[in-house]
Design a protein around this ligand. Structure first.
Ligand code: ZN
Length: 327
């Protein structure tokens, strides 16, 4: 029966070598088994880590935005459209960070696609940290300017960098776990056990941050990416963000703001980021006689979910060193 069924196809395709029957069988099996496993797309690295940690071996997790890409400036690629069209679930941070995907999702024709916003229910901090009041010339045109740059952060949505706080990261992990259980209840016990183990590690990390940063309460630092207000709030530090998002160059106004903020807040350090050209910050650090450190917003690095802890440990060391009083 099977051989007869395949025969006409082989004749019709006689120009090309007919696919061996075994291949056909294999690919059918692959489709059958991947149809069985839940297909998940996670938007960027922290969402991937949390999701992968929970999914373990029982679901397939794909990362959309490659490590090291700027999430704020990302533009959708054809492969992303395909991934979203084939997924059962997309895991997003939310707070408008991934609003650039809205259209792709709407146009994907994927009626079965479920979405999780891991920040759902989390009380957001205002998008702009207090020091960075929008300049007057930005006033009315602010939203348009952001659209032009390919990101559309409404101020109402709040600052999206929730994953930088190990406590809120637990809430995000729970939101993702519950979403996975909802679409794939047969693997509930696996998701629960995996999430519990990851949350235990996040709790341990939080204890270390609490303990080790206790002596440096109110330590203020200057960043050029408004990515650390949740981390700062959690551990009684003060982030002074000079620009709203990572910018390719600092304006003379930004430099002026930095100088004023250093004085006003008695800032302990300047924080640049890995993979960013820090030349301007280096000279600023010399001029201000303030040390420049590198802090990691966790959008680059290894795909292993354990990388979150490695990078955060390194951030903890950086914060301790930067906040230590000079003696
Ligand atoms: Zn950011």
């Amino acid at each position: 029966m099977l051989a007869l069924g395949v025969l006409p196809v082989a004749i019709a395709c006689s120009e090309a070598p007919p696919p061996p029957e075994t291949d056909l069988t294999q690919s059918q099996e692959t489709i059958a088994s991947s149809g069985d496993r839940v297909q998940i797309v996670a938007t960027f690295l922290p969402m991937y880590w949390f999701t992968k940690a929970i999914a373990g071996d029982v679901a397939d997790v794909e990362l959309l935005i490659p490590p090291g890409s700027d999430v704020h400036e990302y533009q959708t690629k054809p492969a992303d459209v395909r991934a979203i069209a084939n997924a059962d679930l997309i895991v997003k941070n939310g707070l408008d960070l991934e609003s650039f995907l809205d259209e792709t999702i709407a146009n994907s024709g994927n009626a079965k696609l479920k979405q999780i916003e891991a920040s759902r229910g989390i009380e957001a901090i205002d998008r702009l940290s207090p020091v960075v009041e929008p300049l007057e010339e930005h006033g009315e045109d602010h939203a348009h300017e952001e659209d032009k740059n390919g990101h559309d952060h409404s101020h109402e949505a709040g600052n999206p960098h929730v994953w930088m706080d190990p406590v809120l990261a637990q809430q995000q992990t729970i939101a993702i776990r519950d979403g996975l259980i909802e679409i794939d209840p047969k693997n509930r016990s696996t998701y629960e056990a995996n999430a519990a183990a990851y949350i235990e590690q996040l709790k341990q990390l939080d204890r270390e941050f609490q303990e080790e940063l206790k002596p440096y309460s109110n330590c203020s630092f200057i960043t050029f990416h408004d990515a650390y207000p949740y981390l700062a709030q959690r551990y009684n530090l003060q982030q002074i963000a000079v620009v709203e998002i990572p910018e390719t160059s600092l304006s003379p106004g930004d430099i002026q703001t930095t100088i004023e903020a250093v004085e006003q807040y008695q800032a302990k350090a300047l924080f640049g980021e890995p993979g960013v050209d820090n030349k301007l910050l280096e000279s600023l650090s010399q001029d201000l006689n303030l040390k420049l450190y590198s802090i990691d917003p966790l959008v680059s690095g290894d795909l292993d979910p354990q990388h979150y802890f490695k990078a955060m440990q390194s951030n903890l060391e950086t914060l301790k060193t930067a906040c230590k009083p000079l003696s």
